[in-house]
Design a protein around this ligand. Structure first.
Ligand SMILES: Nc1nc2c(c(=O)[nH]1)N[C@H]1C(S)=C(S)[C@@H](COP(=O)(O)OP(=O)(O)OC[C@H]3O[C@@H](n4cnc5c(=O)[nH]c(N)nc54)[C@H](O)[C@@H]3O)O[C@H]1N2
Ligand SMILES: Nc1nc2c(c(=O)[nH]1)N[C@H]1C(S)=C(S)[C@@H](COP(=O)(O)OP(=O)(O)OC[C@H]3O[C@@H](n4cnc5c(=O)[nH]c(N)nc54)[C@H](O)[C@@H]3O)O[C@H]1N2
Ligand code: SF4
Ligand SMILES: [Mo]
Length: 751
């Protein structure tokens, strides 16, 4: 441990950390005797390629992969991954709570732990039916793990209770792409950043949440000063500090702004009539077809003046932002949780797509609606494999009988095996655990006792249901509720594929042996499922590579085709973007574009073909402005918003193990605007109470102009301050994603 830590600090890691902030990397002295193994960073959806340095069977250093999109760069979190592997907080042995919740976790053998877990699942299913069990997964799980779990639960146990944290994260983006374009996933890639002339960044704190991409944006601006950057965020984040135009506005009013921009674009005749005339269909909220004239009539009320009233953005700036968006040669939109985690998150996504379709800023390098993915494998692992309660692999849905039959035939199970009704989405699942409808849950690679909304309402579900959990760190809050705790091999202790924001799949190869008695989760799951009564014929795999081959074969012929990405190829290349139908196909940069996307026939009459919808066109949807679920009011006069800080990953179970990162952000705080602070006599470090309709908690104040007056912000990484106790659990009606970005609160100084 000591050796690897010292090596880490003086080795290549330090140089890549420097490279990430703009200095050239210095070759590490230890490089000569080090074996470098290729992988992907464990953290964000940027999906940076890494090389892990191994000496004497131990990972000792890390550097950015020069051949992946990050070109050798890493942010500090990525550069500090090695000590996380060897922290004394690792869970190294299987454990069970023999005498139920509240009793001690006891170390047991793998056989005993798996038999204990499997028996409970078997008994539950035979007494209460398959819908009394569930799987709750993660956008940080490997693709092979999510694909396998989806198959085991939907075809083996015969329940669609398969969901996961992407529901808390990307579900609204999925809803946006599928309602507008018919199929999920963006058409753009990171090359768009190098070619955009205007960035429209809305609801994304890219500088903290996607640091390596932010650097790429900043460099684009640095070398091309005419490039315009627009940031739409109620907080003055570091991201907004490089903006030409930062729209500081009332949280939760984006829909009005986006419709207002469309209004101005049409009024000023800045729309691309040829593009939307050929490639788009106008649709009312109920799905019925409408005309361009109807759309104009729908937008009539969103005058700049009315938008100013709703959003607080001046009418002048509404016009300005609309013109910048439309008139720039190539506009790239980037967005994240400020748009998705909203009670009208899908609609907000649709309205961003509308602007691109209306202006024709799509299907060219630099012009694209590119949703930033949060987790490293929400795209590849969960969205593409369909590991959510309403989905099936490769763009199929549970509700469609033909899709169910296709999957039943492929998986070799009788027709009718896959249930026709959708399972519980994330928030509903924890509700069903609290009522006792769901009695046994397998939780993998996520920490819901910390991250669900309205925690006071949902922790009773964790207390009541039988929980089998795979984890790496004792620190995770959810381990308090685990009846069976299974030690998972961490990151480069095993192998598997991650798929990031830009449809790029990259393989992490195994660099070192699993710590202690931990095991790769695919093996844990297969072993568990067989003991729990799943037909072994359904699980004809030895390892992750076998599972990858089945999934790759299944993708063949689908709109998510990556059949050409063999394991061998992924070992050689540093990430490939799908569609990629054959082994000699280089992967696709411009999806939906003839001559680029292999799924658009070479002789297709149109240059752009939105083949996700049967008519080959994209929908421009009429989505009216709706306010957030719980706006500020006379009793609770502030808006509370939550989010991330650069140096911690979510619940800090990993980043909290690294002293350098912990020191940067030792605990939660509340950002208060100086005007509000002065009025309430709050100074930096004073204890401030946030009281919402659910609960109240105290945080040290950070007086800063980051938040606009009337808004306060808390990060959610600190398990000593579970800020989600303060939050409501309202979800988007379509995506079922919670509105973590807005709730009403009282703010006062503790006396
Ligand atoms: N350092 C770090 N990076 C991460 C993660 C991490 O935990 N730590 N997690 C990853 C994951 S899973 C995700 S999902 C992403 C999240 O990445 P981001 O979404 O970029 O990060 P957040 O901090 O959740 O929130 C983004 C911004 O939304 C703004 N916002 C709040 N309300 C509104 C609104 O009504 N409208 C608009 N337009 N904006 C609003 C907030 O002020 C905030 O600046 O980060 C990924 N990257
Ligand atoms: N207030 C508030 N709440 C939020 C959000 C917000 O913006 N505000 N954002 C939401 C979003 S976007 C997201 S994505 C979620 C994230 O919520 P979670 O997924 O619950 O948070 P993580 O800390 O990422 O949890 C990952 C868990 O997996 C464990 N782990 C790490 N590596 C491995 C591994 O290799 N195998 C296994 N088995 N386990 C491993 C980690 O120790 C950790 O406990 O939070 C949501 N909650
Ligand atoms: S930007 Fe994201 S993927 Fe890249 S090194 Fe940092 S945390 Fe890892
Ligand atoms: Mo996320």
């Amino acid at each position: 441990m000591k050796l690897s830590r010292r090596e880490f600090l003086k080795g290549a890691a330090a140089s890549t950390a420097l490279a990430a902030i703009g200095l050239p990397g210095v070759a590490a002295a230890a490089e000569a005797e080090t074996k470098w193994v290729k992988g992907v960073c464990r953290y964000c959806g940027t999906g940076c390629g890494v090389l892990v340095g191994v000496q004497n069977g131990k990972a000792v250093s890390i550097k950015g992969d020069p051949n992946n999109h990050n070109q050798g760069l890493l942010c500090l979190k990525g550069a500090m991954l090695i000590p996380v592997i060897y922290t004394p907080d690792r869970i190294l042995e299987p454990m069970i709570r023999r005498n139920g919740k509240g009793s001690e976790l006891e170390k047991v053998s793998w056989d005993e732990a798996l038999d204990f877990a499997a028996k409970r699942f078997r008994d539950t299913i035979s007494e209460f039916g398959p819908n009394a069990v569930a799987y709750y997964g993660s956008g940080q799980a490997l693709t092979e793990e999510s694909y396998l779990a989806n198959k085991i639960w939907k075809a083996g146990f015969k329940t669609n209770n398969v969901d996961g944290n992407p529901r808390l994260c990307m579900a609204s983006a999925v809803g946006g792409y599928t309602t507008t374009f018919g199929k999920d996933e963006p058409m753009g890639t990171y090359y768009d950043i190098d070619n955009a002339t205007c960035f429209f960044i809305i609801g994304s704190n890219t500088s903290e949440a996607h640091p390596v991409l932010f650097r790429r944006i900043a460099r684009r601006k640095q070398f091309n000063p005419d490039v315009k950057i627009i940031v739409v965020d109620p907080r003055r984040t570091n991201t907004s500090r490089i903006a030409d135009l930062h729209l500081h506005f009332k949280p939760g009013t984006d829909l009005a702004l986006l419709n207002g921009m469309a209004h101005v674009i049409i009024k000023d005749e800045l729309d691309d009539y040829r593009f939307h005339g050929r490639h788009c269909v106008f649709k009312d909220n109920d799905g019925s077809e409408r005309t361009f004239e109807d759309y104009k009539a729908f937008l009539a009320e969103y005058t700049p003046e009315r938008v100013q009233e709703i959003t607080g953005i001046s009418a002048e700036n509404v016009v300005k932002v609309a013109r910048l968006f439309a008139e720039s040669p190539n506009t790239l939109s980037l967005w994240c949780m400020g748009i998705n985690q909203r009670s009208y998150g899908v609609w907000a996504n649709n309205l961003i797509h509308n602007l691109h379709l209306l202006t024709g800023h799509i299907g060219r390098l630099g012009a694209s609606p590119l949703s930033l993915t949060g987790q490293p494998n929400a795209c590849g692992g969960v969205r593409d494999t369909g590991s959510l309660s309403h989905l099936l692999p490769a763009g199929r849905v549970i509700a469609n009988e033909k899709h169910r039959n296709e999957m039943e035939d492929f998986w070799g199970v009788p027709r009718g095996t896959i249930q026709p009704t959708i399972g519980h989405h994330a928030v509903a699942l924890f509700g069903a655990m609290a009522t006792g409808d769901v009695k046994a849950v397998f939780i993998h690679c996520t920490n819901p006792a910390h991250t669900l909304p309205n925690l006071n309402k949902y922790t009773p579900g964790l207390q009541k249901a039988f929980i089998v959990q795979t984890e790496c760190f004792h620190d995770a809050e959810t381990t308090k509720y685990a009846d069976v705790l299974l030690p998972a091999a961490f990151w480069c202790e095993t192998d598997g594929v991650y798929g990031c924001t830009e449809r790029r799949y990259s393989l992490t190869e195994q660099a070192v042996q699993p710590s202690g008695n931990s095991r790769p989760v695919v093996n844990i799951m297969m072993d568990f499922a067989k003991r729990a009564g799943v037909d072994p014929k359904l699980i004809p795999f030895e390892n992750a590579a076998d599972i990858w081959d089945e999934w790759r074969t299944l993708s063949n012929g689908s709109p998510y085709n990556f059949y050409g990405m063999t394991r061998e190829r992924l070992k050689k290349e540093s990430g490939i973007r799908w569609p990629c139908p054959t082994e000699d196909h280089p992967g696709t940069v411009l999806r939906f574009v003839r001559g680029e996307d292999p799924l658009v026939p070479a002789d297709h009459p149109e240059k752009v073909f939105f083949y996700g919808n049967p008519n080959g066109k994209a929908n421009i949807l009429f989505r009216p402005y709706m306010p957030p679920f719980e706006p500020a009011d006379a009793d609770y006069p502030f808006v509370l918003t939550t989010g991330r800080v650069i140096d911690h990953w979510h619940t800090a179970t990993m980043t909290g193990q690294v002293p350098e990162l912990r020191k940067a952000y030792p605990g939660a705080f509340v950002e208060v605007n100086p005007e509000d602070a002065a009025r309430m006599d709050i100074r930096n470090g004073d204890q401030v109470v946030l009281e919402t309709r659910r609960d109240k908690m105290t945080f040290p104040a950070k007086v800063t102009d980051t938040c606009m007056p009337g808004l306060v912000f808390c990060p959610f990484f600190d398990k000593k301050k579970l800020v989600n106790r303060l939050f409501h659990d309202a979800v988007d009606n379509i995506s079922k994603e919670p509105e973590y970005k807005i709730c009403a609160t009282k703010v006062y100084k503790q006396v």
